[in-house]
Design a binder for this molecule. Sequence first.
Ligand code: FES
Length: 81
Amino acid sequence: MIKAVEKICRTHGTPLQVSLEALMACGVGACLGCVVKGVGHREEQPSYLCTCKVGPVFNAKQLEWEEATDVVSSCGGGCHD
Ligand code: FES
């Protein structure tokens, strides 16, 4: 669902912010247990954002939506695509 909303907003040029939930062990950016993939993330050039430190509210343009499965699984609100 959240991925579909992002696509609609991107298509219409509407700004979008998303609030993500993740299990947080440290809450200060040390354990990397809450990371989501940032825009431009690639296997050979990873880009991760800590939900605890950078988020939990992200501008949708900060996130990698092509691999949004990880983002969706981070959402504790029952969001499933
Ligand atoms: S909870 Fe440890 S890095 Fe975010």
